[in-house]
Design a protein around this ligand. Structure first.
Ligand SMILES: Nc1nc2c(ncn2[C@@H]2O[C@H](COP(=O)(O)OP(=O)(O)OP(=O)(O)O)[C@@H](O)[C@H]2O)c(=O)[nH]1
Ligand SMILES: [Mg+2]
Length: 455
Protein backbone atom coordinates (compact mmCIF):
# COMPACT_ATOMS: atom_id res chain seq x y z
CA UNK A 1 0.00 0.00 0.00
CA UNK A 2 1.52 3.30 -1.13
CA UNK A 3 0.50 6.43 0.73
CA UNK A 4 1.33 8.46 -2.38
CA UNK A 5 -1.19 6.66 -4.61
CA UNK A 6 -4.37 8.43 -5.60
CA UNK A 7 -7.17 6.24 -4.28
CA UNK A 8 -10.78 5.78 -5.29
CA UNK A 9 -13.74 3.89 -3.81
CA UNK A 10 -17.49 3.79 -3.75
CA UNK A 11 -18.65 5.31 -0.44
CA UNK A 12 -22.29 4.20 -0.59
CA UNK A 13 -23.74 0.67 -0.26
CA UNK A 14 -23.71 -1.48 -3.36
CA UNK A 15 -27.15 -1.64 -4.95
CA UNK A 16 -29.78 0.46 -6.67
CA UNK A 17 -30.38 3.79 -4.96
CA UNK A 18 -31.06 7.43 -5.80
CA UNK A 19 -27.34 8.17 -5.98
CA UNK A 20 -24.00 6.41 -5.65
CA UNK A 21 -21.06 8.36 -4.26
CA UNK A 22 -17.50 7.79 -5.43
CA UNK A 23 -14.67 9.27 -3.42
CA UNK A 24 -11.12 10.12 -4.48
CA UNK A 25 -8.07 11.24 -2.55
CA UNK A 26 -4.41 11.89 -3.37
CA UNK A 27 -2.13 14.20 -5.27
CA UNK A 28 -3.43 13.01 -8.66
CA UNK A 29 -7.11 13.85 -8.09
CA UNK A 30 -7.11 17.06 -10.18
CA UNK A 31 -5.63 15.20 -13.14
CA UNK A 32 -8.12 12.30 -12.78
CA UNK A 33 -11.03 14.76 -12.67
CA UNK A 34 -9.63 16.40 -15.80
CA UNK A 35 -10.11 13.08 -17.60
CA UNK A 36 -13.27 11.70 -15.99
CA UNK A 37 -15.32 14.91 -15.77
CA UNK A 38 -13.46 17.60 -17.72
CA UNK A 39 -14.83 21.16 -17.54
CA UNK A 40 -14.10 23.86 -20.06
CA UNK A 41 -13.68 26.31 -17.18
CA UNK A 42 -11.03 24.08 -15.54
CA UNK A 43 -11.18 23.02 -11.87
CA UNK A 44 -14.47 23.87 -10.16
CA UNK A 45 -14.59 26.18 -7.11
CA UNK A 46 -13.52 24.39 -3.95
CA UNK A 47 -16.14 22.77 -1.69
CA UNK A 48 -19.12 23.54 -3.96
CA UNK A 49 -21.16 20.97 -5.84
CA UNK A 50 -21.14 21.46 -9.61
CA UNK A 51 -22.93 19.49 -12.32
CA UNK A 52 -20.54 17.52 -14.53
CA UNK A 53 -20.71 14.95 -17.31
CA UNK A 54 -18.93 11.67 -16.61
CA UNK A 55 -16.94 10.08 -19.38
CA UNK A 56 -14.57 7.24 -20.17
CA UNK A 57 -13.01 5.95 -23.39
CA UNK A 58 -16.52 5.04 -24.58
CA UNK A 59 -17.76 8.63 -24.25
CA UNK A 60 -20.22 10.30 -21.85
CA UNK A 61 -22.06 7.71 -19.74
CA UNK A 62 -23.78 9.72 -16.96
CA UNK A 63 -23.96 13.09 -15.30
CA UNK A 64 -23.37 13.78 -11.63
CA UNK A 65 -22.44 16.27 -8.95
CA UNK A 66 -18.77 16.90 -8.29
CA UNK A 67 -17.39 18.38 -5.07
CA UNK A 68 -13.72 19.29 -5.24
CA UNK A 69 -11.97 19.58 -1.88
CA UNK A 70 -8.32 20.56 -2.24
CA UNK A 71 -5.92 19.63 0.57
CA UNK A 72 -4.89 20.21 3.24
CA UNK A 73 -8.33 21.33 4.44
CA UNK A 74 -10.09 18.12 3.34
CA UNK A 75 -11.11 15.02 5.36
CA UNK A 76 -7.94 13.15 4.38
CA UNK A 77 -5.73 16.25 4.35
CA UNK A 78 -5.04 15.56 0.64
CA UNK A 79 -6.63 16.80 -2.57
CA UNK A 80 -9.98 15.01 -2.58
CA UNK A 81 -13.23 14.85 -4.48
CA UNK A 82 -16.65 13.26 -4.29
CA UNK A 83 -18.71 12.46 -7.34
CA UNK A 84 -22.39 11.57 -6.95
CA UNK A 85 -23.66 9.67 -9.97
CA UNK A 86 -26.99 7.94 -10.46
CA UNK A 87 -27.29 5.02 -8.06
CA UNK A 88 -27.04 2.08 -10.43
CA UNK A 89 -24.20 -0.35 -9.63
CA UNK A 90 -23.38 -0.54 -13.36
CA UNK A 91 -22.81 3.22 -13.45
CA UNK A 92 -20.83 3.24 -10.21
CA UNK A 93 -18.69 0.39 -11.54
CA UNK A 94 -18.08 2.30 -14.77
CA UNK A 95 -17.15 5.48 -12.91
CA UNK A 96 -14.71 3.54 -10.70
CA UNK A 97 -13.18 1.92 -13.78
CA UNK A 98 -12.83 5.33 -15.46
CA UNK A 99 -11.00 6.67 -12.39
CA UNK A 100 -8.69 3.63 -12.34
CA UNK A 101 -8.00 4.06 -16.07
CA UNK A 102 -7.10 7.70 -15.30
CA UNK A 103 -4.51 6.60 -12.73
CA UNK A 104 -6.29 5.79 -9.43
CA UNK A 105 -5.89 2.71 -7.29
CA UNK A 106 -8.92 1.16 -5.55
CA UNK A 107 -8.78 2.07 -1.84
CA UNK A 108 -8.36 -0.46 0.96
CA UNK A 109 -10.89 -0.60 3.81
CA UNK A 110 -10.53 2.48 6.01
CA UNK A 111 -7.79 3.97 3.83
CA UNK A 112 -9.37 7.44 3.61
CA UNK A 113 -9.59 7.66 7.40
CA UNK A 114 -6.12 6.22 7.81
CA UNK A 115 -4.77 8.97 5.56
CA UNK A 116 -6.71 11.53 7.61
CA UNK A 117 -4.95 10.14 10.68
CA UNK A 118 -1.49 10.10 9.15
CA UNK A 119 -1.93 13.70 7.97
CA UNK A 120 -2.86 14.77 11.48
CA UNK A 121 -6.50 15.52 10.59
CA UNK A 122 -7.93 12.96 13.05
CA UNK A 123 -6.38 11.49 16.16
CA UNK A 124 -7.08 7.80 16.80
CA UNK A 125 -9.87 8.57 19.26
CA UNK A 126 -11.81 10.44 16.60
CA UNK A 127 -10.91 7.90 13.90
CA UNK A 128 -12.41 5.18 16.11
CA UNK A 129 -15.41 7.44 16.73
CA UNK A 130 -15.96 7.58 12.95
CA UNK A 131 -16.06 3.78 12.94
CA UNK A 132 -18.46 3.77 15.90
CA UNK A 133 -20.73 6.30 14.18
CA UNK A 134 -21.02 3.90 11.24
CA UNK A 135 -21.36 0.74 13.35
CA UNK A 136 -23.62 1.99 16.17
CA UNK A 137 -26.74 -0.12 16.61
CA UNK A 138 -28.54 2.05 19.17
CA UNK A 139 -29.20 5.76 19.75
CA UNK A 140 -27.00 5.46 22.85
CA UNK A 141 -24.13 4.14 20.73
CA UNK A 142 -24.54 7.00 18.25
CA UNK A 143 -24.47 9.53 21.08
CA UNK A 144 -21.18 8.06 22.34
CA UNK A 145 -19.66 8.28 18.86
CA UNK A 146 -20.87 11.84 18.39
CA UNK A 147 -19.43 12.98 21.71
CA UNK A 148 -16.05 11.43 20.89
CA UNK A 149 -16.13 13.02 17.41
CA UNK A 150 -16.80 16.41 18.95
CA UNK A 151 -13.60 15.98 20.95
CA UNK A 152 -15.11 15.39 24.41
CA UNK A 153 -13.20 12.16 24.94
CA UNK A 154 -9.98 13.70 23.62
CA UNK A 155 -10.39 16.66 25.98
CA UNK A 156 -10.96 14.38 28.94
CA UNK A 157 -7.89 12.35 28.03
CA UNK A 158 -5.74 15.46 27.77
CA UNK A 159 -6.88 16.55 31.25
CA UNK A 160 -5.80 13.15 32.64
CA UNK A 161 -2.48 13.43 30.83
CA UNK A 162 -1.84 16.86 32.35
CA UNK A 163 -2.60 15.49 35.81
CA UNK A 164 -0.12 12.61 35.31
CA UNK A 165 2.48 15.07 34.03
CA UNK A 166 2.04 17.16 37.18
CA UNK A 167 2.39 14.08 39.37
CA UNK A 168 5.46 13.11 37.33
CA UNK A 169 7.01 16.51 37.99
CA UNK A 170 6.53 16.02 41.72
CA UNK A 171 8.22 12.62 41.54
CA UNK A 172 11.10 14.00 39.48
CA UNK A 173 11.62 16.76 42.02
CA UNK A 174 11.96 14.15 44.74
CA UNK A 175 14.45 12.24 42.60
CA UNK A 176 16.54 15.25 41.61
CA UNK A 177 16.75 16.95 44.96
CA UNK A 178 16.39 14.21 47.60
CA UNK A 179 18.50 16.08 50.13
CA UNK A 180 16.90 19.41 49.63
CA UNK A 181 13.34 18.16 49.64
CA UNK A 182 12.61 19.56 53.08
CA UNK A 183 13.89 22.88 51.86
CA UNK A 184 11.96 22.68 48.63
CA UNK A 185 8.77 21.67 50.40
CA UNK A 186 9.08 24.69 52.62
CA UNK A 187 9.96 27.03 49.83
CA UNK A 188 7.67 25.79 47.10
CA UNK A 189 3.92 25.65 47.60
CA UNK A 190 3.70 23.40 44.48
CA UNK A 191 5.41 20.52 46.15
CA UNK A 192 3.30 18.47 48.49
CA UNK A 193 4.15 15.90 51.10
CA UNK A 194 4.15 12.21 50.22
CA UNK A 195 0.70 11.47 51.64
CA UNK A 196 -0.88 14.06 49.41
CA UNK A 197 1.03 12.77 46.41
CA UNK A 198 -0.05 9.20 47.10
CA UNK A 199 -3.67 10.36 47.39
CA UNK A 200 -3.33 12.22 44.12
CA UNK A 201 -2.01 9.11 42.32
CA UNK A 202 -4.85 7.07 43.83
CA UNK A 203 -7.40 9.58 42.56
CA UNK A 204 -5.92 9.62 39.03
CA UNK A 205 -5.89 5.82 39.02
CA UNK A 206 -9.54 5.70 40.10
CA UNK A 207 -10.56 8.08 37.31
CA UNK A 208 -8.86 5.94 34.64
CA UNK A 209 -10.21 2.68 36.08
CA UNK A 210 -13.77 4.10 36.20
CA UNK A 211 -13.55 5.14 32.54
CA UNK A 212 -12.20 1.70 31.57
CA UNK A 213 -15.13 0.08 33.43
CA UNK A 214 -17.68 1.81 31.17
CA UNK A 215 -16.47 -0.31 28.28
CA UNK A 216 -18.75 -3.36 28.55
CA UNK A 217 -21.97 -1.36 28.36
CA UNK A 218 -20.60 1.06 25.74
CA UNK A 219 -19.39 -1.76 23.51
CA UNK A 220 -22.82 -3.42 23.52
CA UNK A 221 -24.45 -0.04 22.82
CA UNK A 222 -22.28 0.41 19.76
CA UNK A 223 -21.98 -3.14 18.44
CA UNK A 224 -25.06 -4.80 19.87
CA UNK A 225 -25.07 -8.28 21.43
CA UNK A 226 -26.05 -11.71 20.10
CA UNK A 227 -28.27 -13.64 22.48
CA UNK A 228 -29.57 -17.15 21.74
CA UNK A 229 -32.49 -18.95 23.38
CA UNK A 230 -31.93 -22.64 23.74
CA UNK A 231 -33.47 -25.44 25.72
CA UNK A 232 -35.24 -28.78 25.53
CA UNK A 233 -38.00 -29.23 22.95
CA UNK A 234 -41.28 -27.67 24.04
CA UNK A 235 -39.68 -25.67 26.86
CA UNK A 236 -41.28 -22.56 25.35
CA UNK A 237 -38.28 -20.95 23.62
CA UNK A 238 -40.29 -19.75 20.63
CA UNK A 239 -43.06 -18.53 22.93
CA UNK A 240 -40.52 -16.51 24.96
CA UNK A 241 -38.85 -15.29 21.75
CA UNK A 242 -42.21 -13.90 20.57
CA UNK A 243 -42.99 -12.46 24.01
CA UNK A 244 -39.63 -10.63 24.19
CA UNK A 245 -40.14 -9.26 20.68
CA UNK A 246 -43.73 -8.29 21.40
CA UNK A 247 -44.96 -9.90 18.16
CA UNK A 248 -45.60 -13.33 16.72
CA UNK A 249 -42.43 -14.07 14.77
CA UNK A 250 -41.82 -17.76 15.47
CA UNK A 251 -44.13 -20.70 15.08
CA UNK A 252 -45.31 -22.11 18.41
CA UNK A 253 -46.92 -25.51 18.84
CA UNK A 254 -47.37 -28.27 21.39
CA UNK A 255 -45.57 -30.62 19.03
CA UNK A 256 -41.93 -31.16 20.08
CA UNK A 257 -39.34 -30.14 17.48
CA UNK A 258 -41.36 -27.26 16.00
CA UNK A 259 -38.39 -24.91 15.47
CA UNK A 260 -35.68 -26.12 13.09
CA UNK A 261 -34.04 -23.15 11.45
CA UNK A 262 -32.40 -20.50 13.59
CA UNK A 263 -34.65 -17.41 13.67
CA UNK A 264 -33.17 -13.97 14.31
CA UNK A 265 -34.79 -10.66 15.26
CA UNK A 266 -33.52 -7.36 16.59
CA UNK A 267 -34.92 -6.07 19.85
CA UNK A 268 -33.99 -3.52 22.48
CA UNK A 269 -33.66 -4.93 26.01
CA UNK A 270 -33.13 -2.39 28.79
CA UNK A 271 -31.78 0.08 26.23
CA UNK A 272 -29.33 -2.42 24.73
CA UNK A 273 -29.53 -3.45 21.06
CA UNK A 274 -29.80 -7.24 20.97
CA UNK A 275 -29.98 -9.71 18.11
CA UNK A 276 -32.20 -12.39 19.61
CA UNK A 277 -32.10 -15.92 18.21
CA UNK A 278 -34.59 -18.75 18.57
CA UNK A 279 -33.15 -22.22 18.02
CA UNK A 280 -34.12 -25.86 17.61
CA UNK A 281 -34.93 -27.66 20.87
CA UNK A 282 -32.69 -30.19 22.57
CA UNK A 283 -34.03 -33.68 21.93
CA UNK A 284 -32.22 -36.79 23.03
CA UNK A 285 -33.72 -38.91 20.22
CA UNK A 286 -34.11 -36.48 17.34
CA UNK A 287 -35.41 -37.44 13.92
CA UNK A 288 -33.15 -36.61 11.00
CA UNK A 289 -34.52 -33.17 10.17
CA UNK A 290 -34.50 -32.15 13.81
CA UNK A 291 -30.91 -33.33 14.10
CA UNK A 292 -29.95 -31.00 11.23
CA UNK A 293 -31.58 -28.13 13.13
CA UNK A 294 -29.65 -29.03 16.27
CA UNK A 295 -26.37 -29.07 14.33
CA UNK A 296 -27.16 -25.64 12.92
CA UNK A 297 -27.82 -24.36 16.43
CA UNK A 298 -24.58 -25.81 17.82
CA UNK A 299 -22.51 -24.10 15.12
CA UNK A 300 -24.05 -20.82 16.13
CA UNK A 301 -23.41 -21.14 19.83
CA UNK A 302 -19.72 -20.35 19.51
CA UNK A 303 -20.58 -16.89 18.14
CA UNK A 304 -23.14 -15.68 20.66
CA UNK A 305 -22.44 -13.38 23.58
CA UNK A 306 -25.02 -14.94 25.88
CA UNK A 307 -27.19 -18.04 26.11
CA UNK A 308 -30.67 -17.92 27.59
CA UNK A 309 -31.20 -21.52 28.64
CA UNK A 310 -34.97 -22.05 28.73
CA UNK A 311 -35.97 -25.02 30.90
CA UNK A 312 -39.44 -26.41 31.55
CA UNK A 313 -39.85 -25.59 35.26
CA UNK A 314 -42.51 -28.30 35.68
CA UNK A 315 -40.29 -31.02 34.17
CA UNK A 316 -36.81 -30.38 35.50
CA UNK A 317 -36.23 -34.12 35.89
CA UNK A 318 -36.18 -34.59 32.08
CA UNK A 319 -32.84 -35.96 30.88
CA UNK A 320 -32.46 -33.15 28.31
CA UNK A 321 -32.47 -30.64 31.16
CA UNK A 322 -29.46 -32.13 32.92
CA UNK A 323 -27.65 -32.61 29.60
CA UNK A 324 -28.15 -28.97 28.65
CA UNK A 325 -27.23 -27.61 32.05
CA UNK A 326 -23.94 -29.52 31.84
CA UNK A 327 -23.23 -28.63 28.21
CA UNK A 328 -23.71 -24.88 28.66
CA UNK A 329 -21.86 -24.57 31.95
CA UNK A 330 -18.83 -22.86 30.41
CA UNK A 331 -20.89 -20.29 28.41
CA UNK A 332 -22.09 -16.96 29.74
CA UNK A 333 -25.72 -17.88 30.39
CA UNK A 334 -28.99 -16.99 32.05
CA UNK A 335 -31.12 -19.88 33.34
CA UNK A 336 -34.89 -19.61 32.94
CA UNK A 337 -37.66 -21.78 34.39
CA UNK A 338 -40.52 -21.34 31.92
CA UNK A 339 -44.02 -22.83 32.41
CA UNK A 340 -44.01 -21.14 35.83
CA UNK A 341 -47.82 -21.38 35.81
CA UNK A 342 -47.78 -25.20 35.78
CA UNK A 343 -48.27 -27.48 38.76
CA UNK A 344 -44.99 -28.80 40.12
CA UNK A 345 -42.94 -25.89 38.75
CA UNK A 346 -39.58 -25.59 40.49
CA UNK A 347 -37.01 -22.79 40.15
CA UNK A 348 -33.77 -24.28 41.26
CA UNK A 349 -31.50 -26.68 39.38
CA UNK A 350 -28.56 -28.24 41.19
CA UNK A 351 -28.50 -25.27 43.55
CA UNK A 352 -28.66 -22.68 40.71
CA UNK A 353 -31.68 -20.35 40.70
CA UNK A 354 -33.91 -20.19 37.59
CA UNK A 355 -35.76 -17.03 36.60
CA UNK A 356 -39.46 -17.94 36.70
CA UNK A 357 -41.34 -17.01 33.52
CA UNK A 358 -44.66 -17.81 31.92
CA UNK A 359 -44.55 -17.08 28.20
CA UNK A 360 -48.36 -17.21 28.03
CA UNK A 361 -49.15 -14.35 30.43
CA UNK A 362 -45.78 -12.53 30.39
CA UNK A 363 -44.97 -13.22 34.03
CA UNK A 364 -41.25 -12.78 34.78
CA UNK A 365 -40.42 -11.18 31.41
CA UNK A 366 -39.15 -7.93 32.97
CA UNK A 367 -36.93 -9.90 35.32
CA UNK A 368 -35.63 -11.88 32.34
CA UNK A 369 -34.88 -8.69 30.36
CA UNK A 370 -33.03 -7.28 33.38
CA UNK A 371 -31.05 -10.51 33.85
CA UNK A 372 -30.02 -10.54 30.18
CA UNK A 373 -28.85 -6.91 30.34
CA UNK A 374 -27.02 -7.56 33.60
CA UNK A 375 -25.27 -10.63 32.17
CA UNK A 376 -24.25 -8.67 29.06
CA UNK A 377 -22.91 -5.51 30.64
CA UNK A 378 -22.52 -6.25 34.34
CA UNK A 379 -23.26 -3.76 37.09
CA UNK A 380 -23.89 -0.17 36.05
CA UNK A 381 -20.42 1.36 36.17
CA UNK A 382 -19.91 4.14 38.68
CA UNK A 383 -19.82 7.81 37.69
CA UNK A 384 -17.32 8.52 34.94
CA UNK A 385 -16.90 11.62 32.82
CA UNK A 386 -15.60 9.49 29.95
CA UNK A 387 -17.29 6.50 28.31
CA UNK A 388 -15.09 4.08 26.38
CA UNK A 389 -16.59 1.99 23.57
CA UNK A 390 -13.35 0.82 21.95
CA UNK A 391 -11.66 -2.36 23.15
CA UNK A 392 -8.27 -0.84 22.31
CA UNK A 393 -8.90 2.27 24.40
CA UNK A 394 -10.29 0.14 27.22
CA UNK A 395 -7.15 -2.00 27.40
CA UNK A 396 -4.86 1.04 27.33
CA UNK A 397 -6.75 2.84 30.11
CA UNK A 398 -6.77 -0.31 32.19
CA UNK A 399 -3.02 -0.74 31.67
CA UNK A 400 -2.43 2.92 32.57
CA UNK A 401 -4.46 2.59 35.75
CA UNK A 402 -2.55 -0.57 36.70
CA UNK A 403 0.76 1.25 36.19
CA UNK A 404 -0.47 4.05 38.46
CA UNK A 405 -1.35 1.48 41.09
CA UNK A 406 2.23 0.17 40.85
CA UNK A 407 3.56 3.72 41.15
CA UNK A 408 1.53 4.26 44.30
CA UNK A 409 2.68 0.95 45.81
CA UNK A 410 6.30 1.82 44.99
CA UNK A 411 5.93 5.16 46.73
CA UNK A 412 4.42 3.76 49.93
CA UNK A 413 6.61 0.62 49.94
CA UNK A 414 10.24 -0.32 49.64
CA UNK A 415 10.69 0.26 45.91
CA UNK A 416 10.81 4.02 46.22
CA UNK A 417 10.52 7.13 44.13
CA UNK A 418 12.63 6.00 41.15
CA UNK A 419 10.38 3.00 40.48
CA UNK A 420 7.29 5.13 41.04
CA UNK A 421 8.56 7.62 38.44
CA UNK A 422 9.17 4.80 35.96
CA UNK A 423 5.69 3.38 36.46
CA UNK A 424 4.19 6.82 36.03
CA UNK A 425 6.06 7.27 32.77
CA UNK A 426 4.71 3.92 31.55
CA UNK A 427 1.17 5.04 32.47
CA UNK A 428 1.69 8.24 30.48
CA UNK A 429 2.89 6.25 27.47
CA UNK A 430 -0.26 4.07 27.55
CA UNK A 431 -2.41 7.17 27.82
CA UNK A 432 -0.63 8.73 24.85
CA UNK A 433 -1.32 5.64 22.75
CA UNK A 434 -5.08 6.11 23.23
CA UNK A 435 -5.02 9.13 20.93
CA UNK A 436 -2.39 7.61 18.66
CA UNK A 437 1.01 8.60 20.04
CA UNK A 438 3.66 5.97 19.33
CA UNK A 439 1.17 3.42 18.03
CA UNK A 440 2.76 0.71 15.90
CA UNK A 441 1.81 0.20 12.24
CA UNK A 442 0.38 -3.27 12.91
CA UNK A 443 -2.04 -1.79 15.43
CA UNK A 444 -3.12 0.81 12.87
CA UNK A 445 -3.50 -1.91 10.21
CA UNK A 446 -5.76 -3.94 12.49
CA UNK A 447 -7.80 -0.90 13.44
CA UNK A 448 -8.45 0.48 9.97
CA UNK A 449 -9.14 -2.95 8.46
CA UNK A 450 -12.42 -2.92 10.40
CA UNK A 451 -13.65 0.08 8.41
CA UNK A 452 -15.64 -0.32 5.23
CA UNK A 453 -14.14 0.44 1.84
CA UNK A 454 -14.72 4.08 0.97
CA UNK A 455 -14.43 5.35 4.58
N1 LIG B 1 -48.67 -23.34 30.30
C1 LIG B 1 -47.68 -22.85 29.59
N2 LIG B 1 -47.50 -23.23 28.32
C2 LIG B 1 -46.49 -22.71 27.60
C3 LIG B 1 -45.59 -21.78 28.16
N3 LIG B 1 -44.69 -21.45 27.23
C4 LIG B 1 -44.98 -22.14 26.11
N4 LIG B 1 -46.08 -22.92 26.33
C5 LIG B 1 -46.69 -23.86 25.40
O1 LIG B 1 -45.74 -24.93 25.20
C6 LIG B 1 -45.79 -25.40 23.86
C7 LIG B 1 -44.41 -25.35 23.23
O2 LIG B 1 -44.06 -23.99 23.07
P1 LIG B 1 -42.96 -23.50 22.04
O3 LIG B 1 -42.74 -22.06 22.30
O4 LIG B 1 -43.28 -23.92 20.67
O5 LIG B 1 -41.73 -24.34 22.58
P2 LIG B 1 -40.25 -24.49 21.94
O6 LIG B 1 -39.33 -24.57 23.09
O7 LIG B 1 -40.02 -23.42 20.97
O8 LIG B 1 -40.36 -25.89 21.25
P3 LIG B 1 -39.49 -26.50 20.02
O9 LIG B 1 -39.40 -25.47 18.95
O10 LIG B 1 -40.26 -27.66 19.60
O11 LIG B 1 -38.17 -26.87 20.59
C8 LIG B 1 -46.84 -24.56 23.16
O12 LIG B 1 -48.05 -25.24 23.18
C9 LIG B 1 -46.91 -23.31 24.01
O13 LIG B 1 -48.16 -22.65 23.93
C10 LIG B 1 -45.80 -21.38 29.53
O14 LIG B 1 -45.08 -20.57 30.11
N5 LIG B 1 -46.86 -21.95 30.19
MG1 LIG C 1 -39.54 -23.45 19.01
Amino acid sequence: MEQSDTIVACATPWGRAAIGVVRLSGSGVAQVLGEVCPRRAGMPPARRAVLVQLRDSGGIFDEGLLSWMPGPGSYTGEDSAEISCHGNPLLVERLLAACVAAGCRVALPGEFTRRAHSHGRLDLIRAEAVLQAIEARSPGGLELASRALRGELGGWLEAQRQELLAIGAELEARLDFPDQLELLLDGSPGLQDDDLLVARILRAQGVLAAAAATHRRARVQVQGARVALLGPVNAGKSSLFNALLGRRRALVSAQPGTTRDVLEASVELCGLPVLLMDTAGENLAPEELERAGIELRDELLAEVDLLVVVLPAHQLARREVAALAARTRAHPRVLVGNHADRDGACFSLGGLPLIPTCALDGQGLDALRGAIAQALVGEEPGESAAVIASQRQHELLLAASQRLEQARLALVGEAGVAVAAEELLAALTRLGEVSGGGVRDEVLDALFERFCIGK
